[in-house]
Design a protein around this ligand. Structure first.
Ligand code: GLN
Length: 453
């Protein structure tokens, strides 16, 4: 089998299902075939990269040189980056083949892909349902078999929630493990890039390829990268598993609860020790997140002024009007909502009451995790309290939409790693199991996920 065969298979599958799934915003068939040919010609003559010849999709908020990067926003519909994100450079070094750019909620704000300004993406298991978000295109493309794996980004759940809804594996690494250079910033203290894959082994390989220190990202950790693949021993004997009682509270679908409890029994049967714990500040996580993430977003998105990137509004009256018109026309409703909320929370007179208070609560949430990890190896619960919801059913209800992330958000606030692995179905829709680990202990997270899988 040649690399060109693999790329062929990927585009054949896309031709067959993309009409129904709509996972992609841009396809780069010419570029992919060119890369495939080059790899086939060198094949045999030199050492192969870790991901040699494998077709990959990339979320459209990760910049790719010469390949449109829109963040699913009208503002950037014509934006052609002049450089590659560090993760893209690393994928090239690992010799995977980029098939195209994947749909998402505009600027990664949302949990259903309905906030894409181009088109929604459909859940491959049932096209009346959302694929989740914001990395909904990344999850759907893998679930539908259009690419072997993909990259997404996770600020409050955007890798794990769509992975859960689409029945695949999604990993949010420790904050700082994967470079954010070239990831269009949403909330810089929370954003992390990570793998969406069909199984845990692929996740370990993809993480191996993208992790590591990057001088171009000042928050990148300078730490040794372990061998994630050899960590997949299948052994969980004596492993200490904490199950937070808060993660089974109000709003949880009984079928999700049953599936997670069954998964815990499976781990117990393999020798793990499962005990109930408390993460007492969990109930404040969503409020804390929406203040902090929106504050950071309002600051990060100030760069979109109609001058420096993307689309400039036509016929402005003066310079101020360039900014006002470009931003009014370029941003969608959810992005505007967050910019307004964030600007308010950061403004003088309100900063102490909202932004600063939220920072303090973030510390309390992180301490909850620190305390549990003094005695346990991993924390396990559901990824999302429910399965995927119907397209349109939450579109006009931002608060309900925000609550989808109630179990994923605390992980970003604490900066720790977590994976979502499939653990069953309810009414034909997948359920995800979330395994949360200590900082930089991706090896254990992957090992547990692999043993369960
Ligand atoms: N759904 C959450 C939000 O809308 C998380 C998004 C993300 O992780 N990028 O902010």
């Amino acid at each position: 089998i040649t690399v060109s065969d693999l790329v062929d298979a990927s585009y054949k599958r896309i031709a067959a299902v993309e009409d129904k799934v709509k996972a992609f915003l841009t396809l780069d068939e010419e570029g992919a075939r060119h890369t495939a040919k080059a790899l086939d010609e060198q094949s045999g003559s030199s050492a192969r990269g870790l991901l040699f010849g494998l077709p990959v999709g990339i979320k459209d908020n990760i910049v790719t040189e010469g390949l449109t990067t829109t963040c699913a926003s009208q503002f950037l519909r014509n934006f052609n980056p002049v450089y590659d994100a560090t993760v893209v450079t690393k994928l090239k070094k690992a010799q995977s083949v980029t098939i195209g750019k994947l749909n998402m909620d505009e600027f990664a704000m949302g949990g259903s892909n309905e906030n894409s300004s181009f088109h929604p993406t459909y859940n491959p298991w049932n096209q009346e349902y959302v694929p989740g978000g914001s990395s909904g295109g990344s999850a759907a493309a893998v679930a539908a078999g259009e690419v072997f794996f993909s990259l997404g980004s996770d600020t409050g759940g955007s890798i794990r929630q769509p992975a859960s809804y689409c029945g695949i594996v999604g990993l949010k690494p420790t904050y700082g493990l994967v470079s954010r250079f070239g990831l269009v910033a949403f909330a810089s203290s929370l954003d992390q890039i990570g793998p969406l894959t069909k199984n845990v082994e692929d996740s370990a390989y993809l993480l191996q390829a993208i992790a590591g220190h990057d001088p171009m990202d000042s928050t990148s950790l300078n730490t040794d990268i372990p061998d994630y693949v050899s960590a997949l021993t299948g052994d969980v004997k004596g492993l200490r598993v904490a199950v937070p009682k808060e993660y089974f509270g109000q709003g949880i679908d009984p079928k999700v609860k049953d599936a997670v409890l069954t998964a815990l029994k499976v781990l117990e049967a393999q020798g793990a020790i499962v005990e109930e714990v408390s993460l007492p500040h969990s109930e404040y996580a969503v409020a804390t997140y929406y203040l902090l993430a929106s504050s950071e977003a309002s600051s990060n998105l100030a760069r979109f002024d109609g001058v420096r990137y993307g689309v400039r509004a036509e016929n402005p009256k003066n310079l101020l009007d360039v900014y006002l018109k470009s931003r009014s026309e370029g941003f969608g409703d959810e992005v505007k909502r967050r910019i307004m909320l964030g600007t308010y929370a950061l403004s003088s007179g309100y900063y102490d009451a909202y932004y600063l208070k939220a920072q303090k609560v973030r510390t309390l949430i992180k301490r909850d995790f620190d305390q549990v990890f003094e005695q346990y190896d991993v924390i396990i619960g559901p990824t999302v309290p429910t399965t995927a919801f119907k397209i349109g059913s939450q579109a006009n209800d931002p608060l309900t939409m925000y609550l989808n992330d109630i179990l994923t958000i605390p992980v970003n606030l604490a900066g720790v790693p977590a994976i979502s692995v499939p653990c069953g179905f309810a009414d034909g829709l997948p359920i995800g199991l979330q395994i949360i680990g200590k900082p930089l202990d991706e090896s254990t997270v992957l090992r547990v996920a692999h043993a369960y899988e």
